[in-house]
Design a binder for this molecule. Sequence first.
Ligand code: HSE
Length: 433
Amino acid sequence: MEKINVGILGCGIVGTGVAKLLMEKEKLLESRIGTVINLKNIADIDTEKDRGIKFKKGVMISDAFKIISDPDIDIIVELIGGNKIAKDLTIQALENGKHVVTANKALLASFGNELVKTARQNQVDLAFEASCGGCMPVVKTLRESLVGNCIKSITGIFNGTCNYILTKMSNEKCPFHDALQQAQEKGFAEADPTLDIEGFDSAHKLAILTSLAYGMEINLDDIHVEGITRISPMDIEFAKEFGYTIKLLAISKNNSDNIEAHVHPAMIPFSNPLSHVNNSMNAVIIDGDATGQTMLYGYGAGMMPTASAVVSDIADIARNLIKGTKRRVPILGCPESNIRTIPIQPVKKIHTCYYFRFTAADQPGVLSKISGILGDFGISIKTVHQKGKRSNGYVPIVMITHMAKEEHALNALKGIASLETIMDDPIVIRIEE
Ligand code: HSE
């Protein structure tokens, strides 16, 4: 093949990065792929904006629909984001027989099953390396490199904004909102930062990876999600004293007959390499039965790291086309007929260790009442400290528990919160050993 034509939908940060990479590295890519990857068109509503890149005449256009129906374009790259117009364009592109590359985690997490089905019906590829963990090759790792493994678990830091905020709060005692503002200024927060700080962006990525890891369909609503907005500098400092770092983790575990999938802040010991993943960096530990733990680390967002992942998908599809093949690697890692439905375990059934912080009246008998209620629910305390300063007669009491069932922990906390000597809702953070 003399060349393979690519059309990009959306010329925002990532779209600009992909265009730059394709244009500036045309020769390098040609030498590696064996043909020219030609950026035929890129569509954006704003065709005038200076993006620091000089397109040949006619390359930048405003009509995305023209690109997806161009018979000369083989590969469509969807970089619009969101799940409105991006969904319509992606579906139509697949129906028009185009192979599609997307970085759109929200779209895949909510409508992945429909997209995979449409790709199958039209015998085209759907690739999404850039949707999870930016430049970290986590999709390819799960789908191809670890094909000989049963995946036991995935534990990841997939949101650069939250990781940046928690790092700033921990290292510089920076207030939450200042750190969030900095993350927005640096350009890695979502347009709606609630998606980041409430954990939904991480849940989107976890849904995609869980589906790949275990060859299953997943309903996004089955993933338990908590964000980082209740994490205070006080908890970060107490965590350090106990030897832990607080990170927003996305976790999925294979319990054979069910799958756990949850996103929440968690305390991890300093000995866990994830505790040293700082600022906006992403990382993931994949535990395979043959490999043991494999860790990937890299930029989870940003123009060129994300563009690198998009271009790797373009290269995969192009290499297939050159060899006269397509859909060589199944979209979800196994043929669609083998995709299973595995139940997601409700989070109240999981077992873990906990950090609790109570704001309690500083008077005799309070601690014994708290430990009595925990004992009633079979929760064993590992460490307890009365920490920090007394304020209006109340002090923080922090506890680390041994392994307990979540529903027992929640019921015990309900009982403790109803004590007259307890002010405010207790703070609960799970501990991932
Ligand atoms: N908002 C995301 C983050 C960008 O902060 O990691 C990459 O998906």
